[in-house]
Design a protein around this ligand. Structure first.
Ligand code: GDP
Ligand code: IMO
Ligand code: MG
Length: 425
């Protein structure tokens, strides 16, 4: 069977967790393909909220094999704490598998992330300080430690000693910090984490292909989103991996011909955590109202998210970059506070109209959004189950986005719970 990808089309927090969980019902395996514990994916089932950072969002179903792919960077303490949290709430995590090729986030990565942000001062990126950038940097410079290194204490220790020689010089000479102790790290990783992680470590590429060959449905779950992508996002205000659907190929170990469905998750408005350009950003009372009403505070860091109106040029670009076949539109219920809704259908800059974000980012900082205005619905949508139960204004809002972006919108989120969605044919 071909695989399906779930990918964020904005700057993250679109509702990927909720829709992954929803689609996972029909799947056999869910594979996270990039990112790390910078992600926060929320699923709400029968009033219980599960906030997941590393464990794939399919874990709540007994029939799913959750897999952490090779493209992910793994923070063992977070992974194990998450497994404990799920287990204590009655979720069986025994099927969870972690790729031996995934890279390990080490304590010095976290510290470097924090120090770099501090040194950047007002130019900081606003990272989650989870060590994501430094871990992927070490992967690229080929001094990273991988999950499989845990299985060989001698190799683990050798690699750690080599990398710490350089890191400790940086800590001492650049940051005036005390050296990091290899013994301490080895103690935690080999004595504390390995006994619990060992049984999870697997050849996940073979697992994925065996599942595909057996005709099982495989879902590839992205974290972050298209405009946080290292290559295609608003660099440098991005994460250090490739959330785009292409990243699912490298991060799970499948070729593009295995993927036949790409679900782009969008929110009915935009949010962004951290710095970077944001053409449709709202300010003042309008922004405060949406942030409070929609609870736009980071799942991981608790930071207040920036908010803005729906941006079709960004969605058009996301469709191109990911080969999106359909869109799931979340949180439209949270737009019920507005008498008038705005949808950005193009940008203008120096007399030129843009259907897609301009490739030169200096222009993206200066573009003026061209808005279409629609009447709001001012009604609670959270109980809607059928399209007929939606007010005309809500249907027109969805139709406008679908027509402008030329993409079918198949699912609408009308509340955080698993059952709060409307299927559009
Ligand atoms: P993710 O990172 O893309 O998985 O999204 P997050 O979980 O970080 O943020 C989305 C937030 O919106 C979470 O609090 C979800 O429970 C919530 N949510 C998701 N879909 C809907 C929806 O359709 N309506 C409402 N009201 N909340 C939603
Ligand atoms: P999910 O999967 C929203 C943002 C950070 C920062 C930038 C780089 O829940 O959608 P990093 O720690 O990755 O080096 O930070 O990326 N960021 C996210 N924003 N949702 C996320 O994940 C994010 N993961 C990282 O706020 O601007
Ligand atoms: Mg999130």
């Amino acid at each position: 069977m071909p695989a399906t990808v779930v990918v964020g089309t904005q700057w993250g927090d679109e509702g990927k967790g909720k829709f992954t969980d929803l689609v996972a019902k029909e799947m056999h395996m869910v594979v996270r393909y990039q990112g790390g514990h910078n992600a926060g994916h929320t699923i709400v089932v029968e009033g219980e909220t599960f906030a997941l950072q590393l464990v794939p969002s399919g874990v709540l179903y007994d029939h799913i094999t959750p897999v952490i792919g090779n493209g992910v960077v793994v923070h063992p303490a977070t992974l194990l704490a998450e497994v404990d949290m799920l287990t204590s709430r009655g979720i069986d995590c025994s099927r969870l598998r972690v790729s031996g090729n995934a890279h390990l986030i080490m304590p010095y990565h976290e510290e470097l992330d924090t120090l770099t942000e501090r040194w950047l001062g007002k130019n900081r990126l606003g990272t989650t300080k989870s060590g994501i950038g430094p871990t992927y940097a070490d992967k690229a410079t080929r001094v990273g430690l991988r999950v499989q290194d845990l299985l060989d204490a001698k190799i683990f220790r050798e690699k750690l000693d080599i990398v710490l020689k350089e890191k400790n010089r940086i800590f001492a000479k650049v940051y005036n910090r005390l050296p990091v102790s290899a013994d301490d790290i080895a103690g935690h990783y080999l004595d504390e984490y390995l006994p619990r992680m060992g049984p999870m470590i697997a050849d996940t590429v073979s697992m994925v292909h065996e599942a595909l060959d057996a005709g099982s449905n495989v879902l590839l779950e992205g974290a972050q989103a298209t405009f946080l992508d290292l290559d295609h996002g608003t660099y440098p205000y991005v994460t250090s991996s490739n959330p785009v659907a292409g990243g699912a190929c490298t991060g799970a170990g499948v070729g593009p011909r295995h993927i036949d469905r790409v679900i782009g998750v969008a929110k009915g408005y935009l949010t962004r955590v951290g710095s970077g350009p944001f053409p449709t950003e709202m300010h003042g009372e309008e922004a405060d109202r949406l942030i409070e009403w929609a609870g736009e505070f980071g799942t991981v860091t608790g930071r207040r998210r920036r908010v803005g109106w729906f941006d079709v040029p960004m969605l058009r670009q996301a469709i191109r970059l990911n080969s999106i076949s359909e869109v799931a539109l979340a949180k439209i219920d949270k737009l019920d506070q507005f008498d008038v809704l705005k949808v950005c259908v193009a940008y203008e800059y120096e007399g030129k109209r843009y259907q897609y974000p301009p490739y030169h980012q200096s222009e993206l900082h200066k573009v003026r959004p061209v808005y279409e205005e629609l009447p709001g619905w001012r009604t609670d949508l959270s109980d809607a189950e059928q399209v007929e139960q939606l007010p005309d204004q809500a249907r027109d809002f969805v139709k406008l986005i679908s027509a402008e972006a030329r993409i079918p919108i198949h699912l609408l989120g009308v509340g955080p719970s698993r059952h709060q969605f409307v299927h559009l044919s």
